[in-house]
Write a protein that binds this ligand. Structure first.
Ligand code: ZN
Length: 168
């Protein structure tokens, strides 16, 4: 069974249990993530083999597309039928970003073919939030998304504010 932010029961029935309702209220996941989880549960019935080890972490709407942060999402990438099915369920094109156990590796894949020169942690007073400054090198034309969207997705991955710099 595919793993989603909401519990299996809720993903299958489409009705949120008490626990999931509470999590939604507390902002542990968003309404969009509930919708995407339901679509994944439906896809799971059609493609149980391909989706069995796939985890949906986060979903985020950017312009007209929905970016999905997944673990082991490679199977979906390689299967046009699954992508089409999920896209028709949520009525948006999807972009899949694969999340690795190591954030740096996730970033390396995500920003490829540009190289990451450095990732600096900047402490921003007074709350002491850590901002990540990511310095990339290469041609920005080759990036998967426009810069402002990259920043949003990078923030979703790292859960920190992100500042991007590109050296050519
Ligand atoms: Zn639930």
């Amino acid at each position: 069974m595919v793993n989603t932010p909401i519990c299996n029961f809720c993903a299958k029935t489409g009705v949120l249990c008490k626990k999931c309702k509470q999590k939604l209220r507390k902002g542990k996941f968003t309404q969009l993530e509930v919708e995407v989880s339901k679509a994944f549960a439906k896809a799971d019935q059609k493609f149980p083999k391909q989706l069995q080890n796939v985890t949906l972490d986060r979903a985020h709407r950017i312009n007209g597309s929905i970016v999905l942060l997944t673990r082991n999402g490679k199977n979906i990438l390689e299967n046009e039928a699954i992508i089409k099915f999920i896209e028709s369920e949520i009525k948006s094109p999807i972009e899949i970003v694969e999340r690795k156990a190591d954030t740096r590796k996730t970033f390396a894949d995500f920003f490829a073919p540009l190289d990451i020169l450095e990732i600096d942690q900047i402490y921003a007073p007074p709350e002491g939030d850590i901002e990540l400054k990511i310095t990339l090198q290469g041609d920005p034309e080759l990036l998967r998304f426009p810069l402002d969207q990259l920043k949003q997705i990078a923030e979703l991955i790292s859960k920190n504010p992100v500042r991007l710099e590109i050296k050519s």
